[in-house]
Design a protein around this ligand. Structure first.
Ligand code: FNR
Length: 342
């Protein structure tokens, strides 16, 4: 199966798989503050991720590109959404478009729709420095995401089986590129050990892509004729992974992706130390069901909910939200205790 058909299948299976039941932040509780001493209209939600300044703490995370008219439509709508709300947006993997010029259109429309916004390129860790430069140039990107997707590859019958040299390739890209490099997991989380390896080669932004949202082990399983469910419940949860990275590397900016669905989820990810969150599956579903209006309404609701939570906690900005007291229980508490993270 070629890359383009595989991408369309990923979209179909994401829409089929419901992660509504997953509540990745249930074990994180805010401590209620009865005297917040603040008005709703004083709350500001702009944020800084590394050197990227954006008006919203929500990134539209990497999904699609290549694959013709349907992906052009999705990417145009997402880019319009990003422009309207001054949100950061990552495109899907550009590797296919680097190999075949016909695949470029769905990426180029993103920059056309949003000439001045924060747009992020995306490639896998097999990329060379030349490919990284070409991907950034294709959409005049403000940063490059390199995704790590070992589990997805292992579950794919046609997936990669050799994973050596990743860190050296990433290091060469960091040194060869003039824009920041963001390392990104796709649903299995980043550990503190991996964060240390990345910090040592100069990575300053990590999208922890934790367990609890879109699950590529399950999605790839739906594409297989046989069942290979070994990795269906594998991974570091979104909440635990934010803590793994942030507690050990306070100067790395963290994007908390993986199962974010409400403004309360966003507030909790930030209270654990994230500078922003990334959302993919929820936007894809909203666009599928309600077109651009669905996307607009979703972002409006998320921003509204986040501001309400911040008001209840008495915090006026994202930096202060990062410092509010929280209580962590259950599996997340035990995970962090055993991992020596306090
Ligand atoms: C993705 N994701 C993804 N990530 C990436 O780095 N490059 C890519 O090309 C893709 N492609 C892709 C396609 C589809 C259909 C989906 C749903 C997702 C992963 C995505 O950016 C994100 O990390 C995960 O989906 C987890 O976030 P949610 O969906 O739980 O909000």
């Amino acid at each position: 199966m070629d890359r383009a058909s595989r991408k369309i299948e990923h979209i179909k299976h994401t829409l089929k798989l419901s992660s509504v039941e997953s509540r990745p932040f249930d074990e994180i509780k805010f401590v209620h503050q009865s005297i917040p001493n603040i008005n709703v209209d004083e709350v500001e939600i702009n944020t800084t991720v590394g050197e990227l300044n954006i008006s919203s703490p929500i990134f539209i995370n990497a999904m699609t590109g290549g694959g013709g008219e349907p992906t052009i439509r999705i990417n145009r709508a997402l880019a319009r959404l990003a422009k309207k709300n001054d949100m950061g947006m990552a495109v899907g993997s550009q590797m296919a478009a680097l190999k075949d010029r016909n695949e470029r259109r769905s990426f180029e429309v993103v920059r056309e729709e949003n000439p001045n916004g924060v747009i992020i390129s995306n490639l896998g860790s097999e990329a060379t420095v030349e490919q990284a430069k070409a991907a950034v140039e294709m959409i005049d990107a403000n940063a490059l995401q390199i995704h790590l997707n070992v589990i997805q590859e292992l579950v794919m019958p046609e997936g990669d089986r050799s994973f050596s040299g990743t860190l050296d390739r990433i290091k060469a890209i960091v040194e060869g590129l003039s824009v920041p490099v963001i390392i990104k997991e796709v649903g299995f989380g980043i550990s503190k050990e991996v964060a240390t390896k990345l910090a040592n080669i100069g990575i300053k932004i990590i999208d922890i892509g934790g367990y609890g949202g879109t699950n590529f082990a399950k999605i790839e399983n739906l594409r297989r004729d046989d069942t290979f469910d070994l990795f269906n419940d594998w991974g570091i949860s979104t909440a635990a992974s934010i803590c793994e990275v942030k507690a050990t590397h306070p100067f790395i900016s963290v994007i908390g992706t993986g199962g974010i669905k409400t403004g309360l989820d966003i507030a909790k990810a930030i209270s654990l130390g994230a500078s922003a969150v990334g959302i993919a599956g929820l936007f894809l579903k909203q666009f599928h069901e309600n077109n651009f209006e669905g996307l607009e309404a979703t972002v409006e609701k998320l921003h509204f909910e986040l501001k309400m939570v911040m008001t209840a906690l008495g915090v006026k900005n994202i930096d202060d939200l990062r410092k509010v007291p929280i209580v962590i229980s259950g599996e997340t508490y035990h995970w962090l205790e055993q991992r020596g993270i306090t």
